[in-house]
Design a binder for this molecule. Structure first.
Ligand code: TLP
Length: 347
């Protein structure tokens, strides 16, 4: 029996016995010399999946995004990004600290930006302004509640970028989820970005690891910065093996997580005090508001913890639940019962 049903994030999954076996048996070498066959195989696999010439294995999604920003920009440049995006809000101010860039934040619709609003915010060529250099997109969008970019929207933004000599970086930490939810291949999304970061340690269930993918020339420069940022790892095949295992075994099953998220949303909608539109749940993230329950999000969170269920409370009234491979459909039903109990006790 599990101590807790943990819905705080899909980062909390633990490697399965078979994944651990693949890790234990991985062939390894010194990856700083480029000699780890398992890392090389993972990099090739992910580059192919994303339709890019090359990919580089890095420790985290944060490092993947920040290396990409660093590689695309010069200090003083401006990066157009959505206001609730991960690189702007949850990466410790790294864009300013490590790349010396400034962000221009645009408000998206559940995190999704339009080409027209981006176009309006590109700085004119005038010495008063910073140089707009890069557009960052996030798909799926975390704070947007796992929202997914329409492919046409990404294509339109990319075409705009090219017409204005800008680069596009895609934070695809959960691009796998977008792809499984829509049936659009990762490489189709990858086509509309110059660089893509993806994570293995979220829905796919690997313990560590992300990759950046792009042109050979771009990845070569990312490689240099990875060294500078201290992200060069040695016998990293041990963890790359978990990533290969995850891509081979845990991709298709993301469907189950999406079904579980939908079930949560539909069940939550029935409960008093909760505001949620199940239509907005497109992948494995469920964000809802408890404003009308008379409790704050952290009070609901504490009460749920007493029911042995962990949720992520943020702001005064918002809660995020993320489904993943360590949560079963049965546990989703238990979670809904616990929410009912917690909210009814309040009345
Ligand atoms: N997101 C984490 C937290 O940092 C909020 C989570 O629990 O969702 N891009 C996106 C879209 C992400 O959601 C995350 C992690 C990252 C990048 C960073 O990945 P890591 O945690 O590997 O640095």
């Amino acid at each position: 029996m599990k101590e807790f049903i943990d819905l705080r994030s899909d980062t909390v999954t633990k490697p399965s016995p078979d994944m651990r076996k693949a890790m234990a048996e991985a062939e390894v070498g010194d990856d700083v010399y480029g000699e780890d066959p398992t890392v090389n195989a993972l990099q090739e696999k992910v580059a192919n999946l994303l339709g890019k010439e090359a990919a580089l294995f890095v420790p985290s999604g944060t490092m993947a995004n920040q290396l990409s920003i660093k590689t695309h920009t010069q200090p003083g440049d401006e990066v157009i990004i959505e206001a609730s995006s991960h690189p702007y809000n949850f990466e410790g101010g790294a864009g300013a600290a490590l790349s010396g860039i400034q962000f221009q934040c645009l408000k998206g619709s559940r995190g999704i930006l339009d080409a027209s609003q981006i176009e309006e915010s590109i700085r004119p060529a005038d010495h008063h302004f910073a140089v707009t250099r890069l557009i960052c997109l996030e798909n799926t969008h975390n704070r947007g509640g796992g929202s997914i970019y329409l492919l046409e929207k990404m294509a339109e933004i990319y075409r705009l970028a090219k017409s204005r000599e800008l680069s596009v970086h895609l934070d695809g930490a959960r691009l796998w989820n977008a792809s499984i939810a829509t049936g659009i291949k990762p490489q189709e999304y990858g086509r509309w970005a110059d660089s893509v970061s993806v994570c293995l340690s979220k829905g796919l269930g690997a313990p560590v690891g992300s990759l950046v993918a792009g042109s050979k020339e771009f990845i070569d420069r990312v490689h240099r910065f990875r060294k500078m940022f201290g992200g060069g790892m040695r016998q990293a095949g041990i963890i790359a093996a978990a990533g290969i295992y995850a891509l081979d075994h845990n991709l298709e099953r993301l469907r189950d997580d999406h079904q579980n998220a939908k079930r949560l949303a539909v069940g939550l909608k029935e409960l008093k005090g909760i505001s949620i539109d199940p239509k907005h749940v497109e992948s494995n993230i469920v964000i809802f508001d408890v404003l009308n329950s008379g409790m704050t999000a952290s009070q609901v969170g504490e009460a749920m913890k007493r029911e042995r269920i962990l949720v992520h409370a943020f702001g005064r009234t918002q809660i995020r639940l993320v489904t993943h491979l360590d949560v079963t459909a049965e546990e989703i039903e238990k979670t809904l019962k616990a929410f009912k109990k917690v909210l009814e006790k309040k009345e």
